[in-house]
Design a protein around this ligand. Structure first.
Ligand SMILES: NC(=O)c1ccc[n+]([C@@H]2O[C@H](COP(=O)([O-])OP(=O)(O)OC[C@H]3O[C@@H](n4cnc5c(N)ncnc54)[C@H](OP(=O)(O)O)[C@@H]3O)[C@@H](O)[C@H]2O)c1
Length: 328
């Protein structure tokens, strides 16, 4: 099969299209003939050597794919060869064939194209696990999402809308602000021109928000703690601007705050299967009705994976970037 090899890593130019043997599905796994793969910021980190794959995962980049089931491993009864499938993978998505745990796969919603389906798993698994399971986000609450126009951020806006949650976002420019508002955010703060903590205070009449989804890290910690109301939850999914800082932790005690976070890839197979089941019950029916669709910003052929990464690193994109790999 053809796949992207990033060698010893480095800038985007390290990614080359090469040929090698296709993987084989082990017990409980399916082999997917990949039609499209989603590009995610963690792929960029992995390429730079800052997000190593677990020992049992493919070293090839790519955390989500959509395609057709090409073979099933021992013990797999719920997937048939030829079925349209979208799956969360621990790696290996930038390739013509990829294996995934059968329990981390979902059917492609009726009428949905492969590119759209490939853009679903990584963001939905991550946002559900962090906002619903860890963040305990519920109807009637207020949410602040940093990086509102990211793949993750736009799904957080959609989930908020779906749950009946007011959603404030931060973004880096006015175009992204307008996009997030059109997508369902109630307010968009340009963090380059406005202090987000001051803005949240004004927008909530001093009350603060119930939950914050953060990907910026160190320089936001103190202001995030300040922007939370009593019993608020700060959920951190990345440290784009660093993970080390000094902070006054007093608000955690005085407001009974929870500071938490998680990363998807090292979770156990059973944990990810539980998230898959929750998405199948709560989100897939809406997708089948044409709601909660991801915004595809750009598509690139597999051979141009480097261009896809350069676009992501520029942060010019809004929403998802997808690689086109096989015949639809
Ligand atoms: N923990 C997990 O399991 C998990 C899983 C998937 C992704 N993630 C993380 O979630 C984040 C989003 O992932 P993605 O794939 O959706 O990536 P993405 O689309 O590239 O989004 C990154 C966003 O961060 C914003 N940003 C970049 N630098 C910033 C800064 N200094 N301050 C504030 N905002 C900044 C950018 O928008 P602006 O122009 O607005 O700055 C951009 O929208 C990434 O950091 C990724 O590593 C975590």
């Amino acid at each position: 099969m053809k796949y992207i090899d990033h060698g010893a890593g480095g800038d985007a130019g390290c990614m080359k299209l090469v040929e090698g043997p296709a993987p084989q599905p082990g017990p409980g796994q399916i082999l997917i003939e990949v039609v499209c793969a989603g590009v995610n910021r963690p792929d960029v980190l992995q390429r730079w050597g800052r997000y190593p794959p677990p020992p049992d995962a493919s070293p090839v980049l790519g955390l989500e794919v959509a395609g057709r089931v090409a073979a099933v491993g021992a013990g797999v009864t719920d997937w048939k060869v030829g079925a349209g499938v979208t799956a969360l993978t621990p790696g290996g998505g930038y390739a013509e064939y990829c294996v995934a745990a059968a329990g981390h796969a979902l059917p492609i919603p009726p009428g949905m194209d492969f590119a759209t389906a490939a853009a679903l798993p990584e963001t939905w698994f991550t946002v559900w696990a962090n906002l619903v399971d860890l963040g305990r986000l519920k109807r009637g609450e207020r949410l602040l999402v940093h990086g509102g126009s990211s793949g993750i951020g736009l799904v957080a806006i959609q989930l908020a809308k779906h749950l009946g949650v007011e959603c404030i976002v931060t973004v880096g420019n006015e175009e992204k602000a307008a996009f997030c508002l059109a997508a369902g955010a109630t307010h968009a703060i340009n963090y380059r021109t406005t202090d987000f903590a001051d803005a949240v205070k004004t927008l909530t009449a001093g009350a603060g928000v119930d939950v914050i989804l953060d990907m910026v890290g160190a320089p936001y910690l103190q202001r995030n703690l300040g922007a939370l109301r009593r019993d608020g939850r700060l959920v951190i999914v990345a440290f784009l601007e660093g993970s080390k800082t000094e902070a006054d932790l007093m608000p955690i005690m005085l407001k009974r705050l929870t500071v938490t976070g998680s990363t998807m890839r090292p979770r156990t197979t059973a944990e990810k299967t539980a998230i898959r089941d929750a998405l199948a019950a709560n989100i897939w029916p809406a997708l089948a009705q044409g709601r909660l669709l991801p915004h595809l910003f750009a598509r690139f052929p597999l051979a141009q994976a480097a261009e896809a990464h350069r676009l992501m690193e520029s942060s010019r994109h809004i929403g998802k970037i997808v690689l086109e790999i096989g015949k639809p």
